[in-house]
Design a protein around this ligand. Structure first.
Ligand SMILES: C[S@@+](CC[C@H](N)C(=O)[O-])C[C@H]1O[C@@H](n2cnc3c(N)ncnc32)[C@H](O)[C@@H]1O
Length: 386
């Protein structure tokens, strides 16, 4: 198949409304600000569109294209990118282009998939609210007949959102060995069980997961649930993030609401272990709040409430920036709706090995100097930040 025919084949499938989801990646030039583009069909005012989600280093942008314009868009995309993984109603397609547009085209026939055009997140859940999942029943999120309990619907939404992040990280995880995952401050471990269910049971991946928390009784409960569910590669340990250093290499580090600098300690460990994926939802933050001093900001900082919120946002921005400086593509994303909890920022970092630039380092120094900030994470990672 040649390049033109390949585009024609894809175009036909798009025009026939067979797209379920696709990711176009591998920019032809390193200078391309867009790293990958996700495609999915949506209906807007009753008209079929294809939504493009452009992933930049730090932000996502969306564009909705009607089918009448999709050919031009497709041509533009393949001028910029060389790879596509696509799910269509009856097949999965993997496409790889050489620099000179030689086409490698692999099609795998699949069972018929349903195309969901809804904008409504409820219908797009990776865990189906109508399906009974043993771990959700055991954790009390679903009743024994598999219905999500009314009072647990927010938790169900949070679990689903988290699984979306896990799903999006799949490309960064190794495929040639057991994937090692640590969840720091796992608490009641709803998300740890969800992660295990999704990667091990649904995706069939070879993983080993450890949940760590200070609370002995909670950890004992989780270990019992794991045993009852026969989750033989999911263990729970009692311990302090600050003291835990039993590993040499870890592929994914998760921290959800680990308090204060425990989040930074977990991030530092993750970097030192060479984790490919970091997903971290920070909790309360006191460190920067006590350091903050910046006369031009006095109008804000004189108000305790504003100072606290500003300190939390500045801390997360600093965390993301430090991760970028040490070779990660780091983004701050909304975890769940702000009405459910104000602690709704998720730091997502994928290791790319990209070297820090002098400009980036100078920008970081200027920011921390302006705020009189001396971040714990910077101190922990000083040998990685030149
Ligand atoms: C708010 S809970 C969140 C639990 C769970 N990750 C979740 O999102 O549902 C925070 C947990 O982090 C644990 N934690 C806080 N600091 C810790 C530390 N230094 N070492 C280990 N666990 C810690 C607490 O015991 C608590 O269970």
């Amino acid at each position: 198949m040649d390049f033109q025919e390949m585009k024609q084949q894809l175009l036909q499938r798009l025009l026939d409304k067979e797209l379920v989801t696709a990711t176009i990646s591998q920019p032809r030039t390193k200078s391309n600000d867009i790293k990958r583009v996700k495609l999915k069909p949506i209906e807007l005012k009753g008209i079929y569109h294809i939504q493009l989600e452009y992933q930049y280093e730090r932000i996502l942008k969306h564009e909705n294209i009607p089918l009448t314009l999709i050919e031009t868009t497709l041509n533009e995309l393949f001028e910029q990118f060389r790879q596509l993984h696509g799910e269509f109603t009856n097949e999965n397609i993997q496409l790889q282009l050489s620099k000179k547009n030689k086409v490698l085209w692999k099609v795998e026939q699949t069972a018929k998939k349903v195309v969901n055009l809804s904008h409504n997140r409820k219908k797009n859940y990776l865990l189906d609210p109508e399906t009974a999942y043993p771990f959700l029943i055991r954790l009390g999120v679903q009743s024994s007949d598999g219905k999500v309990k009314k009072q647990k619907y927010d938790k169900f939404k949070q679990i689903n959102r988290f699984i979306e992040f896990i799903h999006d990280s799949l490309d960064y995880l190794p495929t040639d060995r057991t994937i090692r995952i640590l969840d720091f401050g796992s608490g009641k471990s709803y998300l740890t069980f969800a992660l295990y269910h999704y990667l091990k049971i649904e995706q069939g991946l070879d993983i080993r997961v450890t949940g760590l928390d200070l609370k002995k009784e909670v950890i004992e409960d989780c270990a019992q649930i794991s045993k009852d569910l026969n989750y033989d590669q999911l263990e729970f340990l009692v311990g302090d993030i600050n003291d835990y250093n039993d590993e040499t290499a870890v592929d994914m580090v998760v921290t959800l609401h680990a308090c204060d600098v425990a989040t930074d300690m977990a991030l530092a460990r993750a970097v030192k272990w060479g984790a490919k994926v970091i997903l971290s939802v920070p909790c309360c933050q006191h460190e920067l709040n006590s350091q903050l001093q910046s006369t031009p900001l006095d109008i804000m900082l004189q108000h305790g409430l504003v100072k606290e919120r500003f300190a939390a946002l500045a801390t997360d921005s600093i965390r993301a920036e430090i991760l970028s400086l040490v070779g990660y593509e780091a983004q701050l994303l909304e975890f769940i709706d702000i009405e459910n909890t104000p602690k709704n920022i998720l730091i997502r970092a994928y290791y790319t090995g990209k070297k820090q630039t002098v400009v980036q380092k100078a920008r970081y120094n200027a920011f921390t100097k302006f705020l009189s900030a001396e971040p714990f994470l910077e101190k922990e990672l000083k040998e990685y930040i030149q």
